[in-house]
Ligand binder design. Sequence first.
Ligand SMILES: Nc1ncnc2c1ncn2[C@@H]1O[C@H](COP(=O)(O)OP(=O)(O)O)[C@@H](O)[C@H]1O
Ligand SMILES: Nc1ccn([C@@H]2O[C@H](COP(=O)(O)OP(=O)(O)O)[C@@H](O)[C@H]2O)c(=O)n1
Length: 233
Amino acid sequence: MQTAPAPVIVAIDGPSGTGKSSTSRAVATALGLSYLDTGAQYRAITWWMLTNDVDVNDPAAVAAAAHKPAIVSGTNPAAPGITADGVDATGPIRTQEVTAAVSAVSAVPEIRAQLTELQRRIAVEAETGIVVEGRDIGTTVLPDADLKVFLTASPEARAARRSGELRGADGAAKPDLAGTQAALLQRDSADSSRTTSPLRQAGDALEVDTTELTLEQVVECVVTLIREKQQAG
Ligand SMILES: Nc1ncnc2c1ncn2[C@@H]1O[C@H](COP(=O)(O)OP(=O)(O)O)[C@@H](O)[C@H]1O
Ligand SMILES: Nc1ccn([C@@H]2O[C@H](COP(=O)(O)OP(=O)(O)O)[C@@H](O)[C@H]2O)c(=O)n1
């Protein structure tokens, strides 16, 4: 009788615009795994704080409210929605207002403790395995992950990718590339310099520079790495 393969845990980290979400979703879909976007969770808690008039620049106020909203993440890579206190936050978490506030909220230790616990619980419950993406998955959340990948790309490539997303559907609103790049680097800097669980490559993570790669090439690379690990283990 054939036994089911052990669940595989994959950690994908890196700065903004390196392709974490797109790669993780495609890899999870290709291998029949669950998917968790931890950035969406930090965004959802930030959105809840903004909506409920918590001063996001006051770490004590953020810490005091950390346990209040119930965050529920979808783990289907085809449609990973998210709710905060039962309200669908999937769309609102992508606004500029949330993007500008999320680094301050995510630097608060009580917020990180709350979400790290939730992320570990979700990972343990994934039957076939899970691809978890974020900033501190390989270093803090899942240090025993079967595979850790750290995605990078040049600031120019990352800003161009983000600007492409921000462009209006009619293509009329021209994105400010320099402004997008500056905001992105500022967020990287805040995420990398915080005291608790900063954005950092784990010592045993494999770095993949996606600057010159297509999304398909990155996905193929990660799928191959996972299959190699599964065959070896
Ligand atoms: N290797 C790649 N080449 C070109 N565009 C990419 C690549 N990887 C991702 N993208 C695009 O860049 C944008 C940002 O990707 P995303 O996966 O959201 O990055 P992250 O989660 O790291 O912020 C998306 O529009 C995505 O389609
Ligand atoms: N594991 C994680 C994931 C995200 N974050 C925070 O959440 C923010 C938003 O993450 P994201 O993955 O949605 O950001 P993008 O790179 O997609 O723009 C980051 O800038 C970090 O401040 C974090 O601190 N730790």
